[in-house]
Design a protein around this ligand. Sequence first.
Ligand SMILES: Cc1cc2nc3c(=O)[nH]c(=O)nc-3n(C[C@H](O)[C@H](O)[C@H](O)COP(=O)(O)OP(=O)(O)OC[C@H]3O[C@@H](n4cnc5c(N)ncnc54)[C@H](O)[C@@H]3O)c2cc1C
Length: 552
Amino acid sequence: MKGDDYGWDEGKKSEAWEVERELRKTFDRMTNKVSLLLFTSPTKNEPFNEATRQIIRGIRQLTDKVDLLEFDLNHKMAQKWNAERSPTLLFGPERYHIRWLGAPAGEEVRTFVQALIMMGQGTTSLEEQARKILERIEEPRHIKLFVSPTCPYCPQQAVNALMAAIEKPETVSLEIIDILANPDLADEYSAQSVPQTFSDDILIAQGAQPVELFMLSLDRLEEQSFFIPDDDAEEIEADLVIVGGGPAGLTAGIYGARSGLNSAIVEKDTLGGQIAITPFVENYPGVSQAGGKTLVDLMVSHALEYCRIFQGEEVMDIKTGKPLVVITNKRRFIVRTVLLATGAKHRHLDVSGESRLSGHGVSYCSACDGPLFRGRKVIMVGGGNSAVTEALHLKNIGVDVTLVHRRDTLRAQEQLVSNLRSNQIPVLFNTEVQEIRGKDRVTEVVLHDNKARKDKKMEVNGVFIAVGYEPAVALAQKIGVELTPEGYIRHDSRHRTNIPGVYSAGDIEGGYKQIVTAAGQGAEAALSIFEDLVNPYWRKETAEEQLKTNQK
Ligand SMILES: Cc1cc2nc3c(=O)[nH]c(=O)nc-3n(C[C@H](O)[C@H](O)[C@H](O)COP(=O)(O)OP(=O)(O)OC[C@H]3O[C@@H](n4cnc5c(N)ncnc54)[C@H](O)[C@@H]3O)c2cc1C
C-alpha cells in the first residue's frame, strides 16, 4: 500500500493538515466561547450519541473555545431545557434557541463547524438584502429543518436557518432534525426527502434555497420561488417602462428586453395581476393544469431573467414628452416609451356569499371554469353581449344554463339574442340575485322577481357573473390617453395610443380577457415599440394610419 496505514498518500495528508491549520486559525479568531449541552440516554440511539461525542471531541482538540457538558436525559437539566430525545445538542442555550436532534455527522459536520464559528464570532455573513427581509420578521418563527448526514444539499439550507436563528435569537428558534436518528419525526412530518424546512409546522421549503429565498419563505410562511432585490436609486433611465406586472406586462418585459430594450416592469401590488387570484388555470397552452401561483412564478422567474421588476411600487403620474418621465411613489424613470398594461377588474354583484364562494362555484369566466360544470346547473347573470356569449358557450359545452337579467330586455346584439332562443336557453327577466348560498361550494341562489316583488330559491351548482368590467384607466386618463366609449384604451393595430411613446396591452384594451390574449398583446406591443424606436421613419409613416384608427 502506498502512503500510511489509512491508505492516505502524502498529498491527502497535507490537505488534511492544511484544513486543520485553517480551522485552528478560525477558531482562534472567535471572540466568544460556545457552550454545548448534550443530552443522551445509553438506551436510546447510542451510535448517534457516540458519534456526536466523537465529533465534539475532535473540535475540542482544535480549540479551547468550545465547552461541552453532557447530561443523562433523566437529569433535571434535561427537564429544564426540555430535552426529550437522545441525542439532543443545545448551542449556547442561554442566548440562542438552537438544538440538534441526532448526530452532526457526515455532510453535517460542515454545518456544525459553521454554527460554532458563527456563534463564536457573534456574527454571520448574512448579506444585506437577506438581512433586510429577516429584520422585518416580527412574529416568532419556530423552524424545523430535516436533514441527513448523506445529503450534500442540507448544509446550505441548515446554514440559512442558523443565520436566521443567530441573527434574531429573540424571534427565531431552530431544530435541526437528523432523519436517521429520528425516523418517527420524519414520518410525522412526511419528510421523506431532505432538506425539508417547516416553520410553525408549515412546509416552507423543499430542497436548499438561496439565502434570500429562504428568508422570504420564512417571512411569508410559504415557499417562495423568486427574489427581487431592492433598488434605492431615485432616478432610473430605461428604454421602456411597463406599468403593470400581469401577463401582458411580464410578457412585454421578456420581449422588450430580448429585443435589446432596457426594460423595467413596475407593479404596485401582486405580480401576476389577476392570475395571482386564480385558483387553477387550464387553458394556457403547454400547461394543462396549474395553480395560478405556479403560473405566476414561472412567468415572473422568466421575466426576471431579462428585465428588472419593481414590485410594490405604484406609477402615480407620467409626464409626457421626450423623454417621458414616469413618476412612482418611490422614484422617477426617465424613458423613451411607456406601456400601459394595468388590466381590468370584473364588476361584482356585491351580494351576500359572492366573495366567500368565489372560486367555489362563483365564477367570472366561462372560458376558464365552464368545463368544470358540464352536466350541471348554473345561472349566468347579466344581459349584455358578454353574458349572452358566455351563456351560449356554456350551453355549447354541455352546461345546463339559465340567464338571469334584472331588466325586461337584453342589451346584447340581436343575432346573439336569436342564438339564445334557438339554443333554448331560458331567461329570467326582471330578476336579480339577492344571495348566493352554500357551505363550501354554491348550492343555491335566492332570486328576487322585481315585477312580482317576490323572492324565490333556485338550486344551482354554479353562478357565472358577466355584468361588466372596470378597466384600470385612471392613470391613462390622467395623462390624456383617449378611451373608447366602453372605457378601454383606444389604440391602433400596433398598440399605440394617441400619446407618442405611450402604448397599451392586455385587458386594458378590452376584447377577449384571457391570459393568453393578454400575453400575446404584451408581446406584440413590445415588438411594435422596438420597431418604432429603431425605425422612427416607419413610426411617422404609420402615424396617419394610427390617426385613422384612433378616430374610429
Ligand atoms: C378569478 C379569475 C380567474 C381567471 N381565470 C382565467 C383562466 O383560467 N384563464 C384565462 O386565460 N384567464 C383567466 N382570467 C383572466 C386573466 O387573468 C386576465 O385576462 C389577465 O390576467 C389580464 O392580464 P393583464 O396583464 O392585462 O392585466 P392584469 O392581470 O389585471 O394585471 C394588471 C396589473 O397592473 C397592475 N397595476 C395597475 N395599475 C398600476 C399602477 N398605476 N402602477 C403599477 N401597477 C399597476 C395591477 O396591480 C395588476 O397586477 C381570470 C381572471 C380572474 C379575475
